[in-house]
Design a protein around this ligand. Structure first.
Ligand code: ATP
Length: 466
């Protein structure tokens, strides 16, 4: 029978779920506390159970634990208003079938119940192991971040390759660390390496190490990152920047589990999980022949997309609060708070440097804002310039018109493959101007552009800046 039990001390939630589930042909029975459910389970069992986390008496997690022990085949969906990584991972580790962040969409809730019901009738509920890994502090209530948390929970049983996509500063390394900390490899090393930050001719020895005398300057044997990460996880950031010959070697290691150090004659065996990240469109790089298709497929087993901050403005309040508290603690000063108006300005900003930029702004505010309450006038200049924004819109119109004019001419003259030229010119101007405005300070210039510092370093090299 399609019967579902609902447990929540909030009658309004029970009511809306009862109605929505009834429309989808489920029979529901509602409970306001966990104890009543445990009692009822001694003589009956539903196909699916949905439970809130916070309830007086036995809470959702305790109920889940009890059910996992006494009724392991009963799928439980956990609802929580505290939609952070901790509740998601905890719920999965305690055996929840799924996790539903409040406020939820009713259609989404019903389709989850449908899936749980299918799983229950096939009696194939997967078991999840427990984990004691340190839980990193990833904040995100936006639906896209909930997806990421869900994936971290689901992947916690496996060592699959994961490919993380996202602009600079969106938290790719943080998520890679969380994937490792919630994996069976958590006791082993997590090694992070940024491809964009290593000169191309050193990438190979950085990854695979070298033997003594392999090349000039190799005075002693060196273990590469692969060996250092043995048993654990290797996080390869900016994988799109990996030179093609190194891609070929990487592919071979992934296939055979062994490699040779540079200049070496005997193979080294390793067991390493790869998590790769990029801000680039790897499919496009594959099409352009700059990224090996076979390597792409090997890395792209599971793909996680981290949205830019401007697409999850609902997270800005909590992130700011957290960063203000963190920097106050670091600097041993009282924690500042944002006025609602200042928060509104922060939420309206487009954050080209994403969470990293927000974090830096909060650090700046902790030092620079005069009082304990941050007003609109205290915000950094770039966040707080409605007038200038209007002017810049006009300027934007002008240069785009000029650009279009130039573009039309070029195309009419039969020019092809124009993008590399446009990109090179734009990037050169962008870098020069940002560096000039920041008096040559690279980190600041990168922040202004909205790139990571490593990206700027790489572009400087590519564009032959000295
Ligand atoms: N959701 C989040 N919650 C809390 N802190 C975050 C979050 N996302 C990012 N951060 C913080 O923002 C900073 C940038 O994150 P991270 O280095 O993981 O970004 P990234 O995408 O790897 O950047 P890049 O591509 O430039 O290397 C870090 O200090 C990280 O702790």
């Amino acid at each position: 029978m399609k019967n579902v039990w609902l447990v929540d001390d909030d009658a309004s939630i029970r009511f809306v779920l009862e109605k929505a589930l009834a429309r989808a042909d489920f029979q529901t029975e509602s409970f306001s506390n966990g104890q009543d459910v445990l009692t009822a389970l001694t003589y009956d069992q539903p196909a699916v159970l949905i439970s809130d986390v916070r309830m007086p008496g036995i809470d959702g997690m305790a109920l889940l634990e009890e059910i996992a022990e006494q009724h392991p085949n009963l799928p439980v969906i956990i609802m929580t208003a505290h939609s952070d990584l901790d509740s998601a991972v905890n719920a999965f580790q305690k055996g929840a079938f799924e996790y539903l962040a409040k406020p939820f969409d009713l259609d989404e809730a019903v389709s989850l119940v449908e899936r749980a019901y299918q799983a229950s009738s096939q009696n194939n509920k997967a078991k999840r192991p427990s984990s004691n890994g340190k839980q990193p502090d990833i904040i995100g209530e936006a639906p896209a971040m909930q997806e990421v948390f869900r994936a971290i929970g689901k992947l916690s049983v496996s060592s699959m390759s994961v490919l993380i996509n996202g602009e600079s500063g969106t938290g790719k390394e943080l998520v890679a660390g969380a994937l490792h900390n919630h994996s069976p490899r958590r006791e082993q090393p997590f090694i992070a390496l940024n491809m964009a930050a290593i000169p191309k001719d050193l990438v190979e020895s950085e990854l695979f190490g070298h033997e003594k005398g392999a090349f000039t300057g190799a005075d002693s044997i060196r273990r590469g990152r692969f060996e250092q990460a043995n048993g654990g996880t290797l996080f390869l950031d900016e994988i799109g920047d990996m030179p093609l010959d190194v891609q070929t070697r990487l592919l071979r290691v992934l296939a055979d589990g062994e490699f040779y150090r540079v200049g070496g004659h005997h193979s080294v065996k390793v067991d390493v999980r790869i998590i790769a990240a990029t801000h680039q469109d790897l499919e496009r790089l594959v099409e352009q022949g700059e990224f090996r298709e076979d390597l792409f497929h090997r890395l792209n087993v599971v793909r996680l997309k981290l949205p830019p901050l401007r697409e999850r403005r609902e997270d800005i309040a909590k992130l700011s609060e957290n960063f203000l508290a963190r920097s106050a603690k670091e600097l041993k000063v009282p924690c500042k708070i944002l006025t609602p108006e200042a928060l509104t300005v922060m939420q309206a900003f487009h954050w080209p440097g994403n969470v990293r930029q927000l974090e830096n702004s909060c650090r700046w505010l902790t030092v620079m804002a005069p009082g304990d309450v941050i007003n609109v006038a205290d915000l950094p200049e770039e966040l707080n310039q409605p007038l200038k924004a209007a002017t810049s819109e006009a300027i934007e119109g002008d240069w785009l018109d000029a650009f279009q004019h130039w573009l039309e001419q070029e195309l009419h003259q039969g020019k092809e493959d124009i993008w590399p030229q446009v990109q090179a010119q734009l990037e050169t101007r962008l870098i020069k101007t940002a560096l000039a405005v920041c008096h040559g300070h690279k980190q600041e210039a990168a922040l202004k552009i909205g790139w990571g510092r490593n990206t700027l370093t790489r572009k400087l090299k590519e564009r032959n800046f000295t």
